[in-house]
Design a protein around this ligand. Sequence first.
Ligand code: ATP
Length: 368
Amino acid sequence: MASIKIENVQKAFGKTIAIDHLNLEIKDGEFFTFLGPSGCGKTTTLRMIAGFYYPTKGVVRFGDKDMTRVPPEKRNTGMVFQNYALFPHMTVFENVAFGLRVRKVSSSDLKGKVLDALRKVRLENYSDRQVSQLSGGQQQRVALARALVIEPEILLLDEPLSNLDAKLRDEMRAEILRLQRDYKITTIYVTHDQAEALSMSDRIAVFNFGVCHQVGTPAEIYNQPANDFVASFIGEINLLSVQVKSVQQENIVVTLENGEEPVKLIVHNHTNEGELIQQNEKNLAVSIRPEAIRILDTVEKGTNILKGKIESVQFFGSVVNVMVDVHNVLLRVDVLNTHEFGYFYQGKEVYVQLPEKQLRLIPVISGD
Ligand code: ATP
């Protein structure tokens, strides 16, 4: 079994707690991503799974087997490092063969396995080249072949695309997903790029300052962020400070904190929100994605329809970003480019609708 369990793990470097109270379960065959800003503990966690670091506290299991203090060469993991860590003056073949030689694979088996791995990453014609004569994308493929050739149960990828240009990154994303599906290999992917995480992963863990804030599918993380950190780290979002006025079975009534006469909003009572209020969370915000807000030409009947004035308009091709001032609160609204050019303009008076089911009440954990 190549499932991974991380049980109450902490890793300290002297006084720095790089990871704390981490509990994760990664399923067999899953493409699982560690996402978060620089220094949040993603690499440290990956290295504890590879065995390059041992946890200060807690247990790491593969299946039910305790691997916490098993050295890297005794774990069946393949790793791709951010800088590839290839041997520059060896040939492509020798780089890929390295792990097999360490494992004392017979030379007759070795050749077949190396060529097979090179074929999988489409580098079969490059086996005699020196690594230093390859492009960044090709080096990346060699690093992947080297990790895969040992037929690991677990593939660990540490920001593998960060040194590539945007076009190559797109190609390699698809390549990595194809390989992961072919090999059906449990994969952990480290990145600080939310678009990469959303588009590639079965599930994502979002980290900040050594703490895992949420684990979920890309849709769960995007649509139901656990708090304001997750909400604002993933994509664009409007976060509105509010006060809860009343809780009903279906809806929660809140008022916008805008320093003016209070503006009432109705938020659909998703189960999480009801619990939050029961727990007396004081610092709450309402979140809504820019594409979830509707701009109306005229006032219509319905809930959460507010009058506003367009502050600025930015054209991005498929999407137009319209900033609307609503009762002193600036809302970002992304609309599809289906209107005539010039339809939205600075100073135009409009109505916006915040659909109640698209509003989420979430705890605010970060200070100003
Ligand atoms: P990045 O995206 O920049 O690689 P990261 O999320 O992978 O960041 P880590 O490299 O895991 O973050 O680092 C987490 C914290 O632990 C940071 O504060 C870092 O400075 C610290 N840290 C990591 N490795 C060591 C080490 N070997 N010795 C001391 N401190 C370390």
